[in-house]
Design a protein around this ligand. Structure first.
Ligand SMILES: CC(C)(COP(=O)(O)OP(=O)(O)OC[C@H]1O[C@@H](n2cnc3c(N)ncnc32)[C@H](O)[C@@H]1OP(=O)(O)O)[C@@H](O)C(=O)NCCC(=O)NCCS
Length: 169
């Protein structure tokens, strides 16, 4: 049985392992450790199957710098599912539960830098449609945004900045 739940302190090593195996390098796992200590608010969920952590999703603040002033939203990053458990719907359940959690935190919007085949099914669209630019030079379709309430990004066009922890990736 698969369960999506909030990450607890005892999950830390397993979360590191899931990220390291999914990405094939330790950078994203180390990023999660750095963000846990420094960013506020964060949302961290795990997918547990038969007592084992098989997936993880993390959200931390980004700043939208616009002429209307700065606004905080959440960035979805990273997310990971153990290689042998991918393409079984686990990642999708993590995204859906994560977005619900972001809504409960009262956040206006979520941005993500990732696979353009995966995120649109949850409502993500190219962030450029909201006039948002990514601070990193990336193709238009990989930087996506989702309003958690209608119109939350209206008039907020500008540059999206990730936390300083991301610069090390
Ligand atoms: C991306 C990821 C979290 C998806 O988790 P998942 O449990 O496999 O996702 P689901 O089973 O719910 O959905 C599968 C869909 O994800 C997408 N997907 C999965 N793996 C993918 C990959 N390596 N590249 C591109 N898209 C991928 C596909 O659209 C796939 O749909 P399909 O099976 O119909 O082709 C997982 O593949 C993963 O951990 N990948 C390695 C790390 C990573 O890239 N993280 C995301 C960074 S944005």
């Amino acid at each position: 049985m698969l369960m999506i739940r909030a990450e607890e302190p005892r999950d830390r090593a397993a979360v590191f392992r899931v990220n390291e195996l999914a990405f094939g390098r330790p950078g994203e796992a180390q990023l999660v450790d750095a963000l846990r200590g420094g960013a506020q608010p964060t949302l961290s969920l795990v997918a547990e199957q038969d007592g084992q952590v098989v997936g993880h999703i993390f959200f931390s603040p980004v700043t939208i710098e616009s002429s209307a002033g700065n606004q905080t939203a959440l960035g979805l990053a990273p997310m990971a599912v153990l290689p042998e458990r991918q393409r079984q719907g686990i990642g999708s359940q993590l995204v859906r539960a994560g977005l619900d959690g972001c809504r409960q935190l009262g956040q206006p919007a979520v941005v993500v830098l990732g696979h353009p085949e995966f995120y649109p099914k949850f409502g993500f669209v190219p962030a450029s449609g909201f006039g948002l630019r990514c601070e990193y030079p990336v193709p238009d379709d990989v930087f996506m945004a989702l309003e958690l309430s209608p119109g939350a990004l209206a008039g907020r066009q500008g540059l999206v900045k990730y936390g300083p922890e991301f610069a090390k990736l």
